[in-house]
Write a protein that binds this ligand. Structure first.
Ligand SMILES: [Zn+2]
Length: 448
């Protein structure tokens, strides 16, 4: 009898515990703040679909947005949340209207109209409540200065350099993939993007624009608007993603394709993985707009055929160059409809430098020497592409080949200076294995 009683009380305890847990079904587990140049996003990670109401207090005292999470409980350490936004000052708890509600107060600097919406679980994220505050949220680091610019002569100025927008994937609160020893993809992509930009800007026939030049987050829309503002001829998005197993390790190049998920790997990446932020952006915009089928189509829609074709042509050449400095995961360009590509009406490619999830590749990706090799390969590939398929009105469309026979005492750098070009351009054009040249050697020098 006593035994049964014990069993019953155990059962009762279990039931009580269960109902206590379900009473806080939408507990707040963590809070993340993502400032970007144009907005601050606050994300509440919640255990279940949240039920909430909110109001703003902009009349008296500090400006506040008050959010009530119904039937909830707070597990997040609000004091530990990093807030680096110019719009948001503080996140704190306040006295709720009843015991089962969590009242969160956002202290803001401006009477902004908050956009608050729920997001269902996707990729690595569970249920979320998102608060978007529009307005200048961070000081954008100034664009890089072109130091090593070759002075243009009168003839040069008639034609413009080809403009390449380089997009370092991820940034800020979005680390991208994380390697086995904790290397963030966002840092690798930025380092290689900056090295590539330096090489491009050292070439008088080319000009680089970085979509981000520091460790901060950017939405897809912001990246796309940077590309449009720069009137870029080409867009290259740089990533070093993870795969579900540590084995894959090579580089690959992705281009926009008309059919979604042409390969199984494409499906794996598109459905759940590592371009989560890009896909998440698309996802959240679709949700904000009530899954408008026209918008969905416009966002996913492919651009002009020639843009796509230019991307494919460039992808082949980039793969050829990357194959000389690293192993290739796929020897052919891969088709995908990643949002980061489809949002931009410019020929574009997405380059995977290698899988950061592979321990060997992680080590390599961190090394300056390897980053430099990858950047050199990408530069060489782009240079070849725009020489072979020049854009109207650019310097490369008007260049002529000058035949030069190497004389005693000449080096590639002397020749580069004389013909107003770069050592890399000559090496690239003549497919030289090294920078050593010999007397009597015949070189083709691309010059305007
Ligand atoms: Zn990535």
């Amino acid at each position: 009898m006593k035994n049964l009683h014990q069993q019953l009380s155990c059962l009762l305890l279990a039931v009580l515990m269960f109902s206590a847990a379900s009473a806080h079904a939408s507990a707040i587990d963590s809070v993340r703040v993502w400032p970007t140049p144009e907005q601050t996003r606050i994300v509440f990670d919640v255990a279940a679909e949240p039920s909430y109401t909110y109001f703003t207090l902009y009349e008296n005292g500090p400006k506040r947005i008050v959010i009530d999470f119904k039937n909830s409980k707070n597990n997040a350490d609000l004091k530990a949340v990093e807030i680096e936004s110019l719009l948001l000052n503080r996140i704190r708890l306040s006295t709720p209207p009843n015991a089962s509600t969590v009242r969160i107060v956002l202290e803001v600097n401006d009477a902004v109209d908050p956009k608050i919406y729920k997001l269902p679980p996707t990729g690595p994220y569970g249920h979320r409540l998102v608060v978007d505050l529009a307005g200048i949220s961070m000081v954008v680091p100034p664009a890089p200065v072109r130091e090593s610019r070759v002075v243009r002569t009168a003839e040069w100025s008639e034609h413009r350099p080809v403009v390449v927008a380089i997009d370092a994937g991820h940034g800020g609160q979005d680390p991208g993939s994380i390697g086995p020893t904790g290397t963030y993809e966002k840092m690798i992509t930025l380092a290689v993007a900056q090295r590539l930009a330096a090489k491009i800007n050292a070439d008088p026939a080319m000009e680089a624009v970085l979509t981000r030049n520091g460790d901060y987050g950017m939405s897809l829309a912001q990246r796309a608007s940077q590309v449009r503002q720069a009137r870029a001829d080409f867009f290259i998005s740089i990533h070093a993603d993870a795969f579900t197993t540590p084995q894959p390790r090579g580089a690959s190049v992705w281009v926009l394709s008309r059919s979604r998920s042409e390969t199984e790997y494409g499906r794996a990446l598109e459905n759940k993985e590592r371009l989560s932020e890009e896909l998440y952006e698309l996802d959240s915009r679709l949700q904000e707009n009530g899954n408008d089928p026209f918008l969905a189509r416009a966002l996913l829609d492919m651009r002009r055929d020639d843009s796509m074709q230019d991307g494919s042509l460039a992808a082949e050449i980039l793969l050829d160059q990357l194959g000389r400095v690293t192993t290739l995961h796929r020897p052919k360009p891969q088709g995908a409809s990643f949002a980061v590509l489809s949002n931009i009406g410019t020929p574009s490619v997405l380059v995977e430098l290698g899988f950061i999830s592979n321990p060997h590749k992680e080590r390599l990706l961190k090394s300056a020497a390897h980053q430099e090799k990858l950047a050199a390969a990408l530069y060489a590939g782009l240079r070849t592409h725009f020489t072979r398929y020049p854009v109207d009105g650019t310097i490369l469309a008007h260049q002529q080949l000058h035949k030069h026979v190497v004389a005693r005492g000449e080096s590639l750098s002397i020749l580069a200076q004389r013909y107003n070009t770069t050592v890399d351009a000559i090496v690239q054009f003549n497919d030289l294995g090294s920078t050593t040249i010999r007397v009597g050697q015949e070189l083709h020098i691309p010059t305007s």
